[in-house]
Design a binder for this molecule. Structure first.
Ligand SMILES: NC(=O)c1ccc[n+]([C@@H]2O[C@H](COP(=O)([O-])OP(=O)(O)OC[C@H]3O[C@@H](n4cnc5c(N)ncnc54)[C@H](OP(=O)(O)O)[C@@H]3O)[C@@H](O)[C@H]2O)c1
Length: 327
């Protein structure tokens, strides 16, 4: 069996190391061995490599990486998602199946696509496959200062939202969300989430009480307080409020009073692997690729050689950047 270089996790308590690994073998069903050109170091990749993600089977050793841009043996450039949690994409070569890949334009920038697809897909799929945004509806992004949240503002606009409000902690990143508002790509209003629940609740109520859809990247206490604040301030509580749970950077659980579900039309659902099937993800990829290729959904890609994966893993990510590993 031939060998390749890969990021390899041998303990869930340690970062991956760059070392030789067996080249994976295609298992039929159109699967192909592709040259990996760029793989994003997303929060989801870190949680998989620590064994903490809900899809993790706990198998070691494993190669992290949930997606990548690669080149097929026939020369075609593709974006693809990894088949399982054991043989990922952070390696010289990876397995790509037609059921989990989409062809890219030949002039696509592999690092940029690898950086953007995962965070952009979170809101794109949530608004297209879960809450099903109608033109003109209003959207609140809870956790809009992270990469996925900032892109969610752009995505909501692109998909026809009439009003978009971004809420998050970092004031600088919040202000940046409004920079593109005049051009129709930014937030109409921003709300700073602070430790003062009363002030934050009033600000959320003033800016977003009439929102139709919440894209929630936070969960935990900020989401718990935001649900109460929005429902309290809403003028017509029987009008549906679609809450889409996407990320949990602020906590894995919330306390939800039963009255919140009886006194208002609060519709709670999640969006992620499992809640959305592989075929539905695949169906959304071509239109998402065309928006990204046109530069309408962006993040600053920070390319790092795969050989430096161990250092990249422990280095804090600069705000607004996404590390991309290049074999
Ligand atoms: N379900 C899906 O389909 C899907 C897809 C992609 C990502 N996700 C999830 O979405 C989440 C965000 O991903 P990302 O790529 O945007 O990560 P990211 O770029 O690392 O952003 C995370 C942001 O969370 C903010 N944050 C952390 N703790 C917070 C708290 N207690 N209160 C408020 N804000 C807090 C930080 O902003 P500040 O600087 O303001 O503190 C940080 O910028 C992750 O949980 C990820 O796994 C889900």
């Amino acid at each position: 069996m031939t060998r390749m270089n890969a990021a390899v996790v041998t303990s869930f308590a340690e970062p991956p190391r760059y070392q030789p690994f067996d080249v994976p073998q295609p298992r039929g069903d159109g699967e192909a061995l592709v040259d990996v050109l760029a793989a994003g170091l997303h929060p989801r990749v870190r949680s998989g490599a620590s064994g903490a993600h809900y899809t993790s089977t706990g198998t070691l050793p494993m190669i992290p990486g949930i997606d990548a841009v690669g080149r097929r043996p026939d020369g075609r450039l593709i974006y693809f998602a990894a088949a399982d949690d054991v043989i990922g994409t952070m390696a010289d070569k990876a397995l790509a199946s037609p059921r989990r890949s989409v062809e890219l334009p030949q002039d696509a920038d592999p690092a940029q696509i690898a950086a953007v697809m995962n965070p952009a897909m979170s809101s794109w799929v949530a608004l297209r496959r879960r809450a099903r945004l109608q033109p003109g509806q209003s959207v609140l992004v809870l956790g809009a200062t992270g990469n996925a949240g900032a892109m969610a503002v752009q995505v909501a606009r692109l998909l026809g939202a009439g009003r978009v409000v971004g809420a998050g902690r970092d004031p600088g990143r919040l202000r940046a969300l409004t920079a593109a508002t005049a051009a129709g790509a930014g937030a109409d209003d921003i709300v700073q989430l602070t430790a003062d629940a009363g002030t934050t609740g009033r600000a959320l109520g003033a800016a977003a009480a009439e929102t139709d859809i919440v894209l929630d990247y936070l969960w935990g206490l900020p989401a718990q307080q935001a649900i109460a604040a929005l429902l309290t301030a809403r003028s017509d509580r029987s009008r549906p409020l679609d809450w889409v749970q996407i990320g949990a950077v602020a906590g894995a659980t919330i306390e939800l009073p039963s009255a919140a579900l009886r006194s208002a039309s609060l519709r709670l659902q999640g969006s992620g692997q499992g809640a959305v099937g592989a075929a539905d993800y695949l169906a959304e990829l071509p239109s998402l690729v065309s928006e990204i290729s046109a530069g309408r959904i962006t993040v600053k890609a920070n390319p790092v050689p795969l050989a430096h994966v161990e250092q990249a893993w422990t280095r804090p990510e600069a705000p607004g950047e996404r590390t991309v590993l290049i074999p």
